[in-house]
Design a protein around this ligand. Structure first.
Ligand SMILES: [Zn+2]
Length: 395
């Protein structure tokens, strides 16, 4: 550590754009944030950052927090305040992320307490809630007071898919920043620069993820993920009849369940360990007084897995949607680039056999299936019905 508070690692050249380097494809939002953080800017104390999943809401919120804390006041990306904020270790920046279905009222109460405290080292105290849409109505009320009259140095940053996901009382007190879906070009460039992904793989992964940055990274780094997606596209385009559709539906749901379970198990184990640790239990024997809490934890985990299965299936359906959109674009002769270039021959063939009107109907059917699964229709039922319709329409 040197006298300026910068350690040797900080001597590396600053990435272009300092703390904003990884907030890609969001020029308008970045300009809005930077203006607010600049010396003459008007700094709102409650912000609502909205944008579709994977567009970089929490990355943007963190970059803004870093700009507010930056020792040079610019969001340089090099000073200790910038680096610790981006690494989630700045003492005056609290980030709440949740894998749970909802954010508990007690959790928000604790946050409100934190928000009341003056900053320890930085110029501001920043509280970022990554999934503000997972707060229940009662929880919003706990938050409301603190957002209405925060201490002078406190800044709240709520992130959600859309403004409608929050209670009107909350949203009317926040300054709104809207992120858009980043283009696959900027996502590919980010994977290349930030994650060192080889150019052609980055382009493929970004195109497949259709503007979802986290998903693009997964496609680029997870063995077999892109191949599985391609295989699904091929299956969809080759469905020969309802018998095949039923089998394909079952295999899709099985795959989604396995993928969700893998993720849910990791989280559940971590949670259980944290619980046992905080209760001071080392031999794994839970005393009767804590068994109800333990059971609650297990039930939460089960519910989370159910939701995860639906999330994964929704992603598969979005993939199916992109394949059918490619078919439609060929039928209409739009000349636009295919999302699923890997299965271009199959797309051309199906496009030549059918009509645009039929494909449009199928695109609507995919959206309908997504809504049904988002509601409470058993996923297998909804997917079977969809694939059977596709199988009989495409031939
Ligand atoms: Zn800085």
């Amino acid at each position: 550590m040197t006298a300026t508070g910068l350690d040797p690692a900080a001597a590396a050249p600053a990435p272009a754009g300092g703390v904003w380097a990884d907030v890609v494809g969001q020029d308008a939002a970045v300009a809005q944030f930077r203006r607010a953080a600049s010396p003459g800017g008007s700094l709102a104390q409650a912000w609502l950052v909205t944008g579709p999943p994977g567009s970089g809401r929490s990355t943007a919120a963190r970059a803004f927090a870093a700009t507010l804390q930056c020792e040079r006041g610019t969001g340089c990306g090099q000073c200790r305040a910038c680096r610790t904020t981006l690494a989630n270790t700045h003492p005056d920046v609290t980030v709440v992320a949740t894998d749970k279905l909802s954010i508990a009222k007690e959790e928000v109460r604790a946050l409100v307490m934190t928000a009341q405290r003056a900053p320890a080292t930085g110029r501001h105290r920043v509280v970022i809630v990554e999934d503000a849409d997972r707060m229940t109505a009662g929880t919003f009320n706990v938050l409301l007071k603190s957002i209405e009259e925060p201490p002078p140095a406190t800044v709240w940053m709520l992130c959600a898919p859309s403004a409608e996901d929050l209670a009107p009382t909350i949203r009317s007190r926040c300054r709104l920043v809207t992120l858009s879906v980043p283009s696959s070009e900027v996502v590919a460039e980010l994977l290349r620069r930030r994650d060192g992904i080889d150019e052609s793989l980055a382009v493929r992964a970004a195109r497949a993820a259709q503007g979802h940055i986290g998903l693009a990274l997964r496609y680029a780094t997870q063995e077999g993920a892109l191949a599985a997606r391609e295989e699904s596209a091929r299956t969809l385009l080759g469905l020969g009849g309802t018998g095949q559709a039923v089998l394909a539906a079952q295999s899709l749901v099985d795959r989604a369940t396995a993928e969700a379970k893998e993720h849910a198990d990791v989280v559940a184990t971590e949670e259980k360990e944290r619980f046992l640790h905080s209760a001071g239990i080392e031999d794994g024997k839970v005393p009767p007084s804590l068994r109800a809490q333990m059971r609650q934890l297990e039930e939460d985990a089960k519910r989370r897995q159910t939701r995860l299965v639906r999330d994964v299936l929704d992603r598969y359906l979005l993939d199916a949607h992109s394949v059918l959109r490619d078919v439609l674009s060929r039928q209409l002769g739009t000349g636009s680039e295919l999302v699923n270039v890997e299965v271009a021959p199959e797309i051309e063939q199906v496009a030549a056999q059918g009509s645009g009107r039929v494909t449009l109907g199928l695109l609507e059917a995919v959206q309908e299936a997504r809504e049904r699964i988002g509601g409470n229709v058993p996923p297998l039922l909804a997917i079977e019905a969809l694939l059977a319709r596709i199988a009989t329409s495409l031939r």
